[in-house]
Every structure is written in C-alpha cells, then in structure tokens.
Design a protein around this ligand. Structure first.
Ligand SMILES: [Fe+2]
Length: 146
C-alpha cells in the first residue's frame, strides 16, 4: 500500500540524513574539507525530500510517523553508533543509498498501481537524485588510475 510505503520512506530518509550528518560532523583525514562538505551537501539534499514525503502521506489521508521511536521501527537502514574510518563511511552510505533506491522503486510501483501520478513523479525524481548520490559515493571509493 502506497501510504505505508511512504511512511517507511519517510523514516528511512530521516535515518539516512542522520547518518550523513553524523559523518559530516565526525569524518577525519587528509581530505577532511572535501569529505565534510560532501556529506553536508548529501544530508541537505535528502533532507529536502522529507517534508514533501510527509505531506504526500497526509494527501493520502493517513497520519505520518514523527518520533525517533517510530522512525527506528520503520527505517530500512540502521544507524551507526561508532565513528568509522572515512572510506567505510562511503562504503556504508553507498549500501544505504542502494537500500533507498530499492525502497523508492517499491514506492513508485505502488504509486503507479494506485494511479497517484503526482506522487509517482515525485518518487521518480527521488530515484534520479539517489542515482546521482550512488555515482558520487562510488567515485570516492574508486582507486586512482595510474
Ligand atoms: Fe555543518
């Protein structure tokens, strides 16, 4: 059901934002400035999707979840309690970003099934945005070409 998928999406977006922000605050190493800035842009971009996601749940006449407790029950990605090395931050967010893309694909399918074209459009844009995040996260992990 679309509204349930969107509740899961909302919680997962929040979890993703919190993790990217956690990495923005705590990343260390010779490329600190670049990494700090990248994680900052990443969490801001995904944060921008949270309010529209919640409002689409309301448009479907359902109530949104809105607490850490509910978000951690619903989220498809788990939080990080330790501070990983920079490289592991990218590996972890790349995997989480793929989880987001899979979830967005499920949301798109249910939006199409329920003939919610406006919501399907919004979801399609989010799939694009996360596709771009995958490209960037992957590129940080690539070895230098000799
Ligand atoms: Fe900051």
């Amino acid at each position: 059901m679309l509204a349930d998928n969107l509740k899961t999406l909302l919680a997962t977006e929040y979890a993703f934002v919190v993790k990217a922000q956690f990495f923005h605050w705590n990343v260390e190493g010779p490329d600190f400035a670049q990494y700090h800035k990248f994680f900052g842009k990443l969490y801001e971009e995904v944060y921008g999707a949270i309010d529209p996601t919640a409002e689409y749940i309301r448009i479907l006449d359902e109530y949104t979840p809105g607490s850490f407790e509910r978000f951690s029950e619903l989220s498809q990605i788990t939080g990080q309690t330790k501070v990983p090395r920079a490289r592991l931050m990218f590996t972890e967010l790349l995997a989480d970003n793929q989880t987001m893309i899979d979830l967005l694909n499920r949301c798109f399918e249910s939006a199409a099934n329920e003939k919610q074209e406006g919501i399907a459009n919004f979801i399609a844009e989010r799939i694009d945005a996360h596709g771009k995040h995958s490209w960037m996260l992957r590129s940080f992990l690539k070895e230098d070409r000799a």
